[in-house]
Design a protein around this ligand. Structure first.
Ligand SMILES: CC(C)(COP(=O)(O)OP(=O)(O)OC[C@H]1O[C@@H](n2cnc3c(N)ncnc32)[C@H](O)[C@@H]1OP(=O)(O)O)[C@@H](O)C(=O)NCCC(=O)NCCS
Length: 276
């Protein structure tokens, strides 16, 4: 049962310093937990529908950290390519209804929901990519990041990984969000449902998110649902002079369910039956 497994993992983690690589019983438990992540049965974090808050399932992050402690580096070869890692790559994409373009890699322990598409990109352990979401070329989905359904991570987007401490909130991108090219969303930042983040925006929990209509700072590191927001700068006085620090500016708020004209994703890209 998952509850028993979560207790066993947390006990192992509490005593992690005494664990030795090759401890077969510990490894069996950890593999069982990572396999639940890999199959999408469990997830590192989700949004509580009652409170709207992100809830972190710490024991699964503990399992990932234990895995690295227990496993040793092995050489893996793929054709002429050679790697040295502690984890295998994810497998079974076609059966899972996932399209993975050559050059993309996803590590075992990440979950890719049916209909998702990986252009040459990277998805790390503990991360989850929702139904029909597109991870575009050179986008990276860091460990434990939670990407919702019908999301588009445009080219070169960097979604940060959050592994330690185990109770730290991962990056959460909610359903139907669009993250513009080369955005960097890190350290437990959150983008709400249907929001649009303009190309090149930097978002972390220190960055103020400001409403352009009222001038009010609505949050730090959280872009509200259905907002269209871009990277901007704000004036700050320091003893040494006046400088400009980054912020995120909400330009407008879409009506719920509305898609911004500029971010419609050509459906052909998501159709697994069509060669593009
Ligand atoms: C955010 C975005 C959707 C806004 O589009 P829009 O609502 O049509 O807004 P506009 O283009 O009229 O821009 C509004 C203002 O924001 C500024 N702006 C637009 N995008 C910006 C960005 N990414 N960063 C900073 N400022 C931006 C514009 O200069 C403009 O300023 P102005 O009013 O003084 O002229 C769009 O600019 C964008 O970034 N799209 C994502 C592009 C992308 O990554 N595509 C991936 C292809 S796979």
């Amino acid at each position: 049962m998952t509850t028993d497994l979560s207790i066993s993992i947390s006990e192992l983690y509490a005593d992690a310093a005494s664990l030795q690589p090759g401890d077969k019983e510990a490894e069996r438990l950890v593999i069982e937990a990572i396999d639940l992540l890999d199959r999408g049965v469990e997830r590192v974090a989700d949004v509580d529908p009652a409170t709207g808050e992100v809830v972190v399932h710490q024991w699964l992050k503990e399992a990932i950290l234990l895995l690295f402690r227990l496993r040793s580096i092995e050489t893996v070869t793929v054709g002429p390519f050679e790697f040295a890692d502690k984890l295998p790559l994810k497998r079974g994409f076609q059966e899972a209804g996932v399209r993975v373009v050559p050059g993309a890699s996803a590590r075992w322990g990440s979950y890719l929901a049916p209909g998702s598409v990986l252009m040459p990109s990277y998805v790390n352990i503990g991360a989850r990519v929702g139904e029909r979401s597109m991870v575009d070329t050179w986008a990276t989905v860091g460990s434990c990041a939670q990407i919702g359904a019908d999301v588009h991570l445009a080219g070169g987007v960097g979604i940060g990984g959050v592994l330690e401490p185990p109770n730290a909130r991962p990056v959460v991108i909610e359903d139907e969000a669009f993250i513009g090219s080369r955005c960097m969303v890190v350290e437990g930042a959150r983008v709400g449902r249907g929001a649009v983040l303009g190309a090149g925006t930097i978002l972390n929990p220190s960055i103020p998110v400001i409403d352009s209509k009222s001038g009010v700072e609505v949050s730090r590191g959280e872009v509200p649902a259905w907002s269209v927001a871009v990277g901007a700068s704000r004036r700050r006085e320091f003893p040494g002079g006046e400088f400009f620090l980054p912020c995120v500016l909400i330009l407008e708020t879409l009506t719920e369910g509305e898609r911004h004209d500029k971010v419609q994703l050509n459906e052909v890209l998501r159709d697994h039956g069509v060669a593009t």
